[in-house]
Design a protein around this ligand. Structure first.
Ligand code: SAH
Ligand code: SF4
Ligand code: F3S
Length: 457
């Protein structure tokens, strides 16, 4: 082999946990001499980090693989070795089926096995196809390489840190309990060390990730089981950490201590993604969500009592099997009652192996499209009202990067609005307070307050 540096291209689909996993994969591969590239054509190793959540997400992978096969053929014809790896949730769910559908694939690796990438790639060196979708006994996080300080800096001020993986909830529509396995929480010490390393290289905002992050129950340094609130309180003590967020939460796991932490912990940002999926009790029961509409509304009330300025977002599924017009209207009513700052909407997609996929009584595509548009219009209006209410307010902004125009810098409010101000580059990485003087469609415009010293977070 020639001695030039090998290059790896990683493309991630799906949730933020995949984005985090992509960084961990490139960190492991750096130890094998691979440097990251954003140009797929120049990569010696192409990794598709896939998502299985909806049919569309899953099928995209196979059409992408078709194109990559041609690229591989061209490169191999020019004497350039090229490997294709499929990682993520499609890898976990489909395993050998991927090789059957696309023989150009060299490696299929599930999310629990990324620490084995170097060894697995070596096993493909003689042209063999390799599959590893086992749930290993060892903890992958104990074996994954850490990023260098330069890499952390290049990735910016915000970092994702997975603290919990998998899900035990088994909503009837969802593949996650099958692709990511049972709920596992990382030990507190491991997470704290990771955040310390990130913060020492300039990270100011940490997003704690998990499929069910508010069910976090990791081993504490004292041997006791720690909750998410306790973990966040510990992370808040790490010098440099100015903001802490977490996602995604289940409504049934909003514990008292978590709400108390929202009251007490200045670093805890007042923005919560709390998926409800539907506003109909019958559909929620069919989904096995284990909460009613009234339960969800009660949670919202508790959350707002703890943090009156809490902004909320949610996920909704339209066209779950058997969803009637009246049941859909119930979802509109719930949205009107809660008032969201943003939301994600999905057309129900039957996933092989999930209980809902055999429920029958499928809602026609055109009905799903129409319901989706109505939900979106309603929440768009709520989002616009939420943004408009910022006008004239003075808010803390964490400045993250140069702005769109010269002399401008851009950052985020605690509620995730993008803000631009005229201000010095030196403020990037700092929190400063600004008065919002203009509300645009996608961002706010503000004026810095006189003293640009770091606010009290
Ligand atoms: N653990 C999180 C996220 C799960 S996946 C949670 O519990 O909310 C993200 C979103 O995808 C879900 O909230 C749900 O709205 C949507 N989703 C999951 N499975 C789906 C399916 N089969 N069809 C359509 N949307 C789906
Ligand atoms: Fe899927 Fe439900 Fe678990 Fe969320 S809580 S990951 S929707 S099974
Ligand atoms: Fe998709 Fe897997 Fe995330 S199915 S949403 S990548 S956990």
């Amino acid at each position: 082999m020639d001695d030039r540096k090998r290059k790896v291209f990683v493309k991630s689909y799906g949730c933020q946990m995949n984005v985090y996993d992509a960084t961990r994969m490139t960190d492991v591969l750096a130890g094998e001499g691979y440097e990251e590239t954003t140009a797929m054509e120049s990569a010696d190793l192409i990794v598709l980090n896939t998502c299985h959540i909806r049919e569309h997400a899953s099928e995209k992978v196979f059409s992408e693989l078709g194109k990559i096969r041609l690229l591989k053929q061209e490169r191999v014809a020019s004497g350039l070795d090229t490997k294709i790896a499929v990682a993520g949730c499609v890898a976990q769910a489909e395993g050998a089926e991927i090789l059957r559908r696309q023989s150009a694939v060299d490696l299929v690796v599930g999310p629990q096995n990324y620490h084995r990438l170097p060894e697995l790639l070596r096993r493909t060196d003689n042209g063999a196809s390799v599959i590893d979708t086992e749930f290993p006994l060892e903890d992958k996080f104990d074996h994954l390489a850490h990023p260098t300080a330069d890499k952390i800096r290049a990735r910016g001020l915000n970092a994702f840190v997975t603290v919990q993986e998998g899900c035990d909830k088994f909503c009837t529509f969802c593949v996650v309990p099958y692709t990511r396995g049972a709920e596992v929480s990382r030990p507190v010490r491991q997470i704290v060390e990771e955040v310390e390393r990130l913060a020492a290289s300039g990270v100011r905002e940490v997003s704690l990730l998990g499929q069910n992050v508010n069910a976090y129950h990791g081993e504490g340094p004292d041997g006791a089981v720690w909750s998410l609130a306790r973990l966040a309180t510990r992370i808040a003590q790490i010098p440099g950490v100015a903001r802490i967020r977490y996602t995604t939460s289940h409504p049934n796991d909003m514990t008292d201590d978590l709400l108390q932490a929202h009251r007490d912990l200045p670093q805890f940002m007042p923005f919560l993604h709390l998926p409800v999926q539907s506003g109909s009790d019958r559909i929620l029961a069919q989904m096995n969500r284990k909460h009613s509409v009234a339960d969800y509304l009660r949670q919202i009330e508790r959350i707002r009592a703890a943090r009156p300025d809490m902004a909320l977002s949610s996920d909704f599924i339209v066209g779950f099997p058997g969803e009637t017009d009246a049941e859909f209207e119930d979802t509109l009513r719930l949205i009107e009652e809660v008032k969201f700052a943003s939301a994600y909407f999905f057309k129900y997609s039957a996933r092989p192996g999930t209980p809902a996929s055999t429920m029958g009584d499928h809602v026609p595509e055109e009905v799903k499209v129409e319901r989706l548009a109505r939900l979106k219009a309603l929440v768009d209006g709520q989002r616009d009202a939420f943004n408009a209410a910022m006008l004239g307010q003075t808010v803390d902004v964490l400045f993250e990067k140069p702005g769109r125009r010269p002399g401008q810098i851009g950052g985020k409010t605690p509620w995730l609005h993008a803000v631009h101000v005229d201000g010095p580059k030196e403020l990037i990485g700092q929190i400063a307070s600004a008065r919002i003087i203009e509300v645009g469609v996608n961002s706010l415009y503000g004026r810095l307050n006189d003293s640009h010293t770091e606010a009290s977070h």
